[in-house]
Design a protein around this ligand. Structure first.
Ligand code: GLY
Ligand code: MN
Ligand code: MN
Length: 352
């Protein structure tokens, strides 16, 4: 298993894995609640009776049930004594301070606590062909649902109704869940990149920004399209054209060997030169996998060199408070000499 390197890198003799996505990645366990206890030659999943039956089917690891008679800390103490592990790695980036303090108090067998500092998350950065296949399907479900939604969008429908319809269309096509809360932002709401769908009705002349994703085999999709209800005005066409140009330039540039910051700059400069630099506050993109926002990012502050098999979103935007906003987002798999764009939905400005 690739996590074996973590023992050598950190000096840990046991790894206590609590991040639900890392648990799933390493063991296959989908329940999310529990803990992995790993040594170089022992793999244990500790979970409770809500999950033990499913866990037995999902993971090849030994499953131990925690309950009132046999608490998690007692199981951990037994495992520590059996394996003679005294240096324990823990997930400092996701564990609560109070949980860490409780573990420290409960496990006197541990003489040294070693923060894993995101080492296990980093194992997830480069996706296998199988993982990319799941993400290709997840994004395809999004594409199909978007196509099915467009003819249903009508003036008078609320943002909440439109978001529910989009989610229904994804679920009907095999989505297990959603990557994040669907964004359905119309009119002046669309200037808020992460607007929450409301009872506002879709109106003629509105920009409608739809940012959504679903999970398939645990893996997330992520895409955004912005359309206009009715006819677009000149300013809407101008904003849309700039964002599309910025996105196309970044998609053209992205490839293995470049730092993510370089790809961000490519898109950002186009938006700046067009006079909208102050209207694009967020980074150009992020990686995606079992979780929606993973590292590395396409951002001015991330110089990580892109590698084949990394997934990135490319999502420039222009947001003008009081007027509206545009974002166009595709999700790509980085390759040696470019990328595979997993998003197929059309990108010319759609006037509904
Ligand atoms: N709204 C989530 C994302 O696109 O990153
Ligand atoms: Mn998105
Ligand atoms: Mn995104």
């Amino acid at each position: 298993m690739e996590y074996q390197a973590v023992f050598q890198e950190t000096g840990a003799e046991a790894l206590l894995i609590t991040d639900p996505f890392n648990m799933r990645y390493l063991s296959g366990f989908r329940g999310g609640e529990g803990m992995l206890f790993l040594t170089e030659d022992r793999q244990v999943l500790i979970t409770d009776s809500r999950y033990t039956e499913a866990a037995g089917k999902e993971t090849a690891f030994q499953v131990m049930e925690e309950n009132r008679e046999h608490r998690r800390t007692e199981i951990l103490r037994e495992l520590l004594r059996e394996t003679k592990a005294e240096a324990a790695g823990y997930e400092d980036q996701s564990m609560r301070c109070s949980e860490f303090a409780a573990l420290q108090r409960a496990l006197p067998e541990v003489k040294q606590w070693i923060p894993l500092a995101g080492r296990v998350d980093r194992l997830r950065r480069i996706k296998t062909p199988e993982e990319i296949g799941y993400m290709r399907r997840a994004e395809e479900i999004g594409d199909e649902a978007f196509e099915a939604l467009l003819p249903l969008l009508k003036p008078g429908m609320t943002e909440l109704e439109a978001a529910a319809e989009l989610e229904y269309q994804m679920k009907k096509r095999g989505a297990e869940g959603f990557s994040f809360d669907t964004i359905m932002a119309s009119g002046i709401h669309s200037s808020m990149p992460h607007a929450i769908p409301s009872g506002k009705k879709l109106e003629a002349g509105d920009f409608i920004t739809m940012d959504f994703g679903c999970t398939y085999q645990g893996y997330c999709s992520d895409m955004t399209r912005t359309v206009v209800m009715g006819k677009a005005d000149e300013k809407q066409k101008e904003m849309y054209g700039i964002v599309l140009r910025a996105q196309r330039a970044a998609l053209e540039l992205i490839r293995a060997g470049l730092p993510g910051s370089r790809v961000d700059r490519e898109a950002r400069e186009i938006i700046e030169k067009a006079g909208y630099g102050d209207c694009f506050g967020h980074g150009l993109g992020h990686s995606v996998g079992l979780y929606i926002h993973e590292e590395p990012r396409l951002s001015p502050s991330d110089d990580t060199i892109l590698e084949p098999g990394m997934i990135e979103t490319v999502e420039p935007g222009i947001y003008v408070p009081g007027f509206g906003g545009v974002r166009i987002e595709d999700m790509v798999a980085v390759t040696e000499d470019g990328c595979e764009n997993l998003t197929r939905s059309p990108k010319e400005l759609l006037e509904l």
